[in-house]
Design a binder for this molecule. Structure first.
Ligand SMILES: NC(=O)c1ccc[n+]([C@@H]2O[C@H](COP(=O)([O-])OP(=O)(O)OC[C@H]3O[C@@H](n4cnc5c(N)ncnc54)[C@H](OP(=O)(O)O)[C@@H]3O)[C@@H](O)[C@H]2O)c1
Length: 313
């Protein structure tokens, strides 16, 4: 029995070493040893070559090396086997760090104070209280809920938007299309942690940004996107900033990555850019999670964090 580790974009040898260190007695290969390799039962992937998995006749399950699975589902010739994504404390904690960092920087006037320092200006800005600011989290799943818990400790008001109804103590929750506008209207700082699916592609457009609360304690709404770049219409974000519909943005993900040097997003004074670095997939932390899932499957136990290919996440 063999595991295929098909990784592009990351260093596959680091994942190979981490998978081996995590135990298990299976052979792990970086590519099939023969056309239609019958020995491969499990595929652990990040951006696998399209069509590759369909050639494996005895494949039993596919595992994503990250929280997102849009890179797997982009393959239009996927075999009909279960797909599981990663939910791991290490990854979740890293994303919550990013969200708390960006929320606090916007909230505590980071941009204005950096400008003032450059000009040696001593001027204390008005600072609202966290209890007067609502952070709205779009995509209230594993990552969104953890970020909400951490922001709650800091005293922010919280709202969450998901596809299905969810109840979380201390969070005002909204669901579905009918919940979207009320959710936006209550949000001062919008944090996007949605998966990329046919329904969410391009969702951060001019209409959505115009739906955000205009009179906020910070002087205008803030956008933070760490979900996927294709969720956002970048021209609409620039336009919303220019029209003061949006005050500031932190973007970790982009429609084209790496963000081209010519993109106006790089130099915009009210955009903070990070290079898809919000939550790194750390092989040493995540490989044991995958190895345990494979062991559980071999024992006949159900896989956790299964993807619904119909919903796209
Ligand atoms: N920038 C980075 O470094 C980085 C790192 C890791 C992950 N990510 C991104 O973060 C995403 C979220 O990860 P996760 O683990 O939190 O996923 P998750 O647990 O599956 O949560 C996804 C959330 O989005 C909601 N959702 C999905 N489609 C929706 C729709 N059409 N309308 C409204 N809500 C919708 C889901 O609603 P339900 O609750 O009703 O299902 C759920 O609340 C990943 O897919 C990935 O794209 C980015």
């Amino acid at each position: 029995m063999t595991i295929l580790l098909s990784v592009t974009g990351f260093d596959p040898t680091r994942w190979l070493a981490a998978m081996k260190a995590a135990g298990g007695d299976e052979e792990i290969v970086l590519e099939p040893q023969a056309a239609g390799d019958p020995a491969i039962r499990y595929a652990v992937v990040w951006k696998q070559p399209p069509g590759l998995l369909a050639t494996l006749p005895n494949l039993e399950a596919i595992f994503s090396l990250g929280a997102g699975v849009d890179h797997i589902l982009a393959d239009k010739a996927l075999p009909d086997v279960p797909i599981a994504r990663i939910v791991a404390d290490d990854l979740t904690g890293r994303m919550s760090e990013y969200v708390v960092w960006r929320v606090l920087d916007h909230f505590r006037r980071g941009r204005a104070y950096r400008q003032q320092q450059a000009q040696r200006i001593w001027h204390e800005r008005l600072q609202p209280a966290a209890r007067d600011v609502t952070v709205g989290i779009m995509g209230f799943g594993a990552l969104g809920q953890d970020a909400a818990e951490k922001l709650k400790v800091l005293g922010f008001k919280l709202a969450g938007w998901s596809r299905s109804e969810r109840q979380t103590p201390g969070v005002e929750t909204f669901a579905g299309q009918e919940g979207l506008q009320p959710f936006l209207a209550t949000t001062d700082i919008l944090v996007v942690l949605l998966p990329l699916t046919p329904e969410t592609r391009g969702i951060i457009d001019g209409k959505l940004l115009s739906g955000l609360k205009r009179q906020t304690p910070l002087g205008g709404p803030v956008l933070i996107n760490a979900g996927r770049g294709a969720l956002q219409d970048e021209a609409a974000i620039l336009d919303a900033l220019d029209r003061e519909v949006l005050m500031e943005a932190s973007l970790d993900v982009f429609t084209v990555e790496p963000l081209p040097a010519a993109s106006p997003l790089w130099g915009h004074p009210r955009i903070f850019v990070t290079p898809h670095a919000a939550a790194l997939s750390d092989p040493d932390s995540l490989a044991p999670v995958v190895v345990e899932q494979i062991a559980a499957h071999k024992r006949g136990e159900p896989l956790k964090h299964l993807v619904d290919p119909g919903a796209g996440y």
